[in-house]
Write a protein that binds this ligand. Sequence first.
Ligand SMILES: [Zn+2]
Length: 343
Amino acid sequence: MDKAQAAAPQSLKPQSSKPSSWTPVPRCPLCGSDHIAPFRRQVQGGVAVRHDRCTACLLVFQNPCPTQDWYDEYFRSHYWEDKARDRGDDVKRHAVQWRSQLIRAQRYLACLHAAGLSVPRGGNILEVGCAYGMVIRTMADALAATPFGAEPSDNASASAREVAKVDILGRFIHDVPADRGPFDLILFSHVLEYIVDQDAVFASIRRLLKPGGILLIGTPNIFFRHAAVLEHPYCFSKRSLRQLFARHGIRPVRIEPTSHLATAFTPDYSLTAAGVLEAPTGAAPTPESPLPGAGLAMRLGAAWFSLANRFPLNRALGFVNPTGTKLNEASRRRLAELKARTR
Ligand SMILES: [Zn+2]
């Protein structure tokens, strides 16, 4: 089982930083609908956190929302430090994260393969928020491509540079110089949900991705209710990801649930989405019509998830569907080699 993901709700606590400024969100930031319903209300680390749900496109969004400046500083100085401390691991040699990132790389490669997508040999691939660099390094090796990254944390990016040998081009996607692109693939592995201004990030994607280039996204599935936390201004579903792609001229090729509990019957923690950059049509995306019963379905999905994540169902489902839970032979060798090299 992917222990790092299973333990996510416990570790997702901003321990060192609290937002001081909040912006109200009067309508759905994705489709513009004003049909909004409460999704989750909670107090997290002494901070009142409210997520609403768009009843049309099913985007879940924080309302009011902390500013991008707070998120930027949080990921620059606190996120990996908090996580490493929680796990008793070294922030500069975070072996628990290496393992988790190797499993994610396996999933993304499997998704590309299933979608019939690939990058040319010798192509350039960029991961935004690349953390310790293991995902993009592993993918680059498998695809015979060159890996690049952007990462806000000095500790994580130093490790990505020194251990994973990834060329770091800046802290954020808007820092990546256009002349270092264009890229054949841009990856956001559990990063897109942390970015407040989605229009700005997609403008950068269009600037840096080749026409016909691949956008690959891993993100929590909002059927996993614990995804609605202070750290996430947005939480996506298959429906809202399709809407997001349409809004920004990305043709969806494959959007699938992945991870240890994903079966035909179980909503899961993660979604993986692969799309291809097309020329903008100039036409506004077609708004989704409201989906009756979606709120109830999301509640039932969340209830099932919390049941399925507990013993003994978690064991049974892990046995039925081990995909994405275990390191393959190549990843096992890589992890052992990394640990030996950095001892
Ligand atoms: Zn919407």
